[in-house]
Structures are given as C-alpha cells and as structure tokens.
Design a protein around this ligand. Structure first.
Ligand code: EPZ
Length: 422
C-alpha cells in the first residue's frame, strides 16, 4: 500500500484547481438508469469511487465509457441485463445504493445489497425504504439484500423524512421522476449535490421544483430523455484545500471555488482569523495574522457546517490559540483521525460525539494511519504544518475522494511526495 510523505515547509502560495464533486457524480451516474437514452457527464472527477460506480452500472448491463482521461462519463442503459446490485460492489461503496430508486422507477423491481457498516458508522437505509414505500414500493429485506418491487409502477405521494438524509433524498427524487402523479418530499436534504442532480434530471425532462429547500415537489412523467450535464465543483475538496493556507500561512486561490458552496465553513474560518475572498476565478484564502483562533464547530445538514470537513477542521484547531469544541452530529464514529493527530502532539479529548481540542504551538511529524477518506486528508493537512516528516499510510482511502493531491499541494510550495508501497 502506498503512503504519503509530508514535510512541514512553511507558507503556501499559488493556485489550486478544484475538481468536479465526487458526491454529485455518484448520484448523477445512477440517473442514467432512468432513461434508455444516453447521459453524458462532463467535469467528472478521476477517483476510485467513480471507477466503482462505473463497474456497478456495467454489472447491470449499462454501457459506460470514460472519455478524455476520465473527465467525461458517457453512459447508456438502453439494454440493461440485470437489476441486482451485488454485495461485492455495494460493500465497497455505500453510494452504490443510489441505483435503488432509478431501477425501481424504470423497471418496477430492484435487488440491492444493504451496504453494511463502514468505518464512520452503521449507515442503515431505513429512510430510503420509508420514502420509496411512500411511493407505493413493496420492499423486504432478505439475505442482506433489499428486494424492492412496484408491479403497477410507482405512485406520487406526500412524504416527510425523519431526517434530512442526502442519499435518501436522492433515491426518492430520482424514483419520483417516473412515478404517476405528484410527489411532495418534506424535510428533504438541501446539499448542492442534490441541486446539481435536479438540474440534470430537469435537462432529462423531469418536472421538479424546490431543490435546495426542505420541500421538493416532483411531477411524474412517462419517460426521460438523454442529456449532457457538467458536474458541479466539489465543495468538500474546496473546503479541504482552503485549510492548507489556513494551517500553513500564505495565500492560495482555489480555482472554481464559489462562496455559495461553503458559506457556513467560510464563516467559521473568518471567525478563526482566516480571510476568504471571492474573486472572478475562485476563492482566495489567507491567514489574517499569525496563529488562528480556536472556534467551536457543530456538524449539521447543509447549509450547516459539513460533516465531511470536520476532520480537516480539527487539524486546523490542533494548532489554534485556545480550546475548540467540535460536535459531530451526523455520524456516530467520525473521530478516528483524533488518536492519529494526538500522535503528532495534538491535545484532543474525545467523549462520545464531542471532541475538545486545545491548540498547541506546533505539531510534530510522525508516522500516522489513514482510517477513512476525510481522516486521510486531515492528517496530510496536519503534516503540512508540523515540524519534520509525517508519513500517512493507507492512502487508498485518499484516492477515493481526492485526485492529484501531491501535484496540487506541490503546486503551492508544499513538500510532499507519494511513496509506492511494497
Ligand atoms: C452522503 O452520504 C455523502 N456521500 C457523505 O459523504 C456525507 O458525509 C453524508 O451524505 C452527509 O452529508 C455521498 O453523497 C456519496 P446521509 P449519505 O444519508 O447519503 C443516517 C464522504 O466523505 N441515515 O445524509 O449516506 C446515517 O447513518 C461521504 O464523501 C439513517 O439513519 O448520508 C448518517 O448517520 C461520507 N438511515 C446520517 O443519517 C438512512 O436510511 C446521514 O446520512 C440513511 C441515513
């Protein structure tokens, strides 16, 4: 397994391009199952999760070709041969469950493996099931698989989700596009990736209103047609790299960044003493003066502070002046980066869903282990500011969500290299 060697090397300066959003692409790709006409996505990120989704769609019989070295996904599900998403693929990536709604809507049946737990939590699918049952689906769990059917087709309905689940919102909205009648989905998730999905579905002929708010209304249509759609930029990659100049000093411009995608995150950085300025090319980020100040963080559904930036923010708070309390309200086990940061000299106490971080002047480089996607990049950020060398192992986690990390950070002056594993 490869690892990444980072050496603290002072302030960073320059520009970092931000790629298309992994979490948008992972819901846009299954949307191809809703139509027998081709769907083409541009600005797709080149990530292992996209390859996993490609393999899943191909296992159903869809044609998926990655053009222009992966930045374009041209897909067609004209001749599907299966409606079963196998455990072997789903267990590797939870987002595989996003084929459930589209398969059910287009074919009236689907068999999708439950994803099983992952490092950050149990991650059940009860909210997906409840929403699809509200559209008339009959779903039962057998041998670890959800067996879903809608013999007479799905019917629109009014449904209020118990929690604003991103994936459940995506599955229900995609299914509702082909249901008979109108669906009103309440307490819907408001993430920009959902807005991007709806914009793509609308290009395919879907009739949807309210995306980005808590109530989404879908008027079912008989069929959807093909489309071409550009994937929205990745607000989590954007937020991650905004933290690089925040933790190291210097000034970095994140190309493609837009403030609307990271409002609450940028507000926290501002309170910590980091300036974020929107330019015509992106977001320019710089530390206002010396050490950042400790700020408290509570993770919430969008537009609140994103759980996917909690680990990275913790790295910054490890070097802040004062004490910061980070509360993780979305996942039950998302502090696995904390003990690794403690190995680097951080002062962190974790009690249940709350981590109390007392900043230290400087972290010390150390060998550390990535435990999940966002933890991996949190350790790299810590290593950028630490004294000496940090080796982050198990970087296959990193490859799921960040393309060209070494090249992007080297480009702004970081001392970083990837070491090939044995
Ligand atoms: C999406 O996961 C993202 N993944 C996650 O990003 C992100 O952390 C999460 O939304 C929250 O923003 C993709 O978009 C591919 P949820 P998702 O359904 O849809 C519980 C990353 O790092 N829940 O909003 O799975 C669940 O256990 C990944 O890129 C139920 O209880 O998230 C969790 O505690 C990690 N029952 C909470 O809700 C359900 O049926 C949020 O889950 C569904 C979810």
């Amino acid at each position: 397994m490869d690892s990444i060697l980072v050496t603290g090397n002072g302030p960073l300066n320059g520009q970092i391009p931000i790629a298309g959003a992994k979490n948008a692409c992972l819901t846009l790709m299954p949307a191809t199952l809703l139509s027998e006409e081709p769907l083409t996505l541009t600005n797709a990120p080149r990530l292992s999760d996209i390859k996993t989704m490609t393999a899943l769609l191909q296992s159903l019989g869809a044609e998926v070709s990655s053009l222009q070295d992966g930045q374009v996904q041209a897909m067609s599900s004209h001749d599907l041969t299966s409606q079963t998403a196998d455990y072997e693929i789903v267990r590797k990536m939870r987002a595989s469950n996003l084929v459930l709604g589209p398969l059910l809507a287009r074919f009236g049946h689907a068999v999708v493996s439950l994803p099983g737990g992952c490092a950050i939590g149990a991650r059940p699918m009860d909210l997906h099931v409840e929403g699809l049952e509200a559209l008339g689906a009959e779903i039962e769990l057998k041998d670890g698989y959800l067996h879903a059917k809608a013999p007479g087709g799905l019917k629109g309905g009014v449904h209020e989700m118990r929690f604003a689940s991103v994936g459940a919102t995506e599955n229900i909205v995609m299914a509702a596009t082909l249901a008979k009648g109108t669906t009103v989905l309440k307490n819907a998730a408001r993430e920009p990736e959902i807005v991007d999905l709806v914009e793509c579905l609308r290009k395919m002929g879907a009739q949807i209103a309210g995306e980005g708010t808590s109530t989404i209304e879908i008027q079912g249509v008989d069929r959807l047609h093909g489309a071409t759609h550009q994937v929205v930029i990745d607000r989590i990659e954007l937020g991650t790299y905004m933290l690089a100049p925040a933790i190291c000093g210097g000034e970095v411009e994140l190309l493609g960044g837009r403030m609307r995608l990271v409002e609450s995150f940028a507000a926290k950085l501002d309170a910590a003493g980091v300036s974020v300025e929107e330019t015509d090319k992106g977001l320019k980020v710089a530390r206002k003066n010396g050490r950042v100040r400790a700020v408290d963080v509570v993770t919430e559904p969008f537009p609140g502070f994103p759980t996917d930036l909690q680990a990275q923010m913790m790295a910054l708070m490890c070097t802040a002046e004062g004490t910061s309390v980070l509360e993780e309200r979305i996942f039950e086990n998302r502090f696995m980066h904390a003990p690794e940061l403690v190995r680097m000299g951080a002062d962190i106490e974790v009690h249940g869903g709350t981590a109390t971080v007392t900043g230290v002047e400087r972290l010390k480089g150390a060998p550390v282990m990535a435990t999940d996607l966002r933890a991996s990049v949190s350790l790299i950020l810590a290593g950028l500011a630490a004294e000496g060398e940090t080796v982050v192992s198990r970087v296959y986690h990193l490859d799921r969500g960040y393309e060209h990390v070494v090249r992007k950070l080297e480009g702004v002056g970081a001392k970083i290299e990837r070491i090939k594993g044995q």
